[in-house]
Design a protein around this ligand. Sequence first.
Ligand code: FAD
Length: 548
Amino acid sequence: MLRLTELRLPLDHAPDALAAEIVRRLGIPATDLLDHTVFRRGYDARRRGAVVLVYTVDCMVRDQDAVLARLADDRHVGLAPDTAYRFVVDDGAALAAREGYRRPVVIGAGPCGLLAGLLLAQMGLRPLILERGKIVRERTVDTFALWRKSVLTPESNVQFGEGGAGTFSDGKLYSQVSDPRHYGRKVLAEFVRAGAPEEILYLSKPHIGTFRLVSMVEHIRAEIEALGGEYRFGTRVEEILIARDAAGARRVEGVRLSGGGTVSTGHIVLAIGHSARDTFAMLRDAGVEMRAKPFSIGVRIEHPQSVIDMARFGTQAATPLLGAADYRLVHHAANGRAVYSFCMCPGGTVVAATSEEGRVVTNGMSQYSRAERNANAGIVVGVAPGVDYPDDPLAGIAFQRHWERQAYLAGGGGYRAPAQRVGDFLAGRPSTHLGTVEPSYRPGVTPTDLAACLPDYVVAAMREALPMFERRLRGFSMDDAVMTGVETRTSSPLRIPRGPDGQSVNTAGLYPAGEGAGYAGGILSAGIDGIRVAEAVALTMAGRPVDG
Ligand code: FAD
């Protein structure tokens, strides 16, 4: 199979234009093209109003070797890599049937825990998945209670519950992580089997929106259970039981659960996400090695989607194939801070995303259609341990909590968020009212001065960045664009280091994974990391070396 990249065609090309372009690029007669499939379709919108589609195509041709030899110098033609997934352990069921078998435990049913659990189940290892929150349908009710009635359920919300943090999201499914083993393909293939649209396999920036995600995590649960795995919801892990061998080395022996009782296990996938602050504190007390890491804080910004569409696509805005436009912006401010757009949600809404009482946290979500009036994105600024807060693993959490509390107070309580017009923010005056852009955050916003709930250096860097972003996207710093604060849960404020065997550097049998441990940032990369650690667990259980 050959792979061709960079096949460029107009937005409105005829269906057979792709085959014609393949034939032209390969310099072969049309009859020599035996088959072709689109591996990836993206677009190049660098020239506004002249957007083109860009394809990567896999094709079967007559006399492939001759074609390859003739085009040896063309870097856009080569052999298609083998992306098929192969299990690393195929005797898991026999292992699990042995007397005294102790199941691997997965803590957390977010994308990382779900993919780890699914892979372990598919390998026959019958995992036990422990999730502090509720099943996804019940969790949806609790999450909407915060948005509609200002009632937060601390164990069941946007951050906690089946599906993890990305369940009420834009469901963007792309990632910048290096993925030489094509695990991302396996994640996407599993998502399609669970009900995601097939297009996620070939679109360069696929997304699925909130409601599909809800039914997908239910499908994944059904498969894990059918394969002998087990879930326990409303079950928070409150202690990792650790034993020491004669030489003093630490090894996990089990977990203690919130409802009382313990589970004995020698293998724990720790996929707790970035908001399990109590669990991080518990792990620290238990002596698990962890380190502070940088993250970012800032606000959500909202514009009319039509402004973003026009700025990016010009006269081609509203072309169905392009959908609602996204953007990605970065500015390096004079005070040394990087300001960048984060988790952009075209045609979506800003959501209340706190998991703790008396705090306000923003994030963004959308439906599959991305048809809401506003575009939103985080505009965030990097902060670092040892510079902005002490270089202690839990200090970043204290820093987040402080600003989330300031936002709650500035919002006036009841989980209303502080908001400001961009024009007022740039002029350094509080907003007393909002303008033409209606904020989508629920349960509501309070016009105020966002400088009260962000560090000075963050405010200064954002004031410098917004006019720069205007140069790239006309309308971006329009007076009536709305900023809603604060965005603090951009990534984990700490890292739980692991060795090449996937295990904690000082606690054998503990496999830190996903976003909370600092190994992922987003749904796809969390799923990829779930596969990685599931393989490490399976190989270790089978007594084979882990090829880190
Ligand atoms: P999580 O998804 O956070 O899952 C961790 C799970 O562990 C939770 O369910 C939690 O309840 C459970 N848990 C924690 N502690 C314990 C304990 N002690 N005992 C038992 N269970 C525990 N990413 C994208 O790629 N695209 C997007 O469009 C996108 N949009 C987002 C929108 C929102 C509103 C949010 C909040 C996030 C969004 N993200 C998005 C980020 C993405 O959701 C995360 O990167 C991803 O979910 C991380 O996966 P994870 O499995 O590592 O952790």
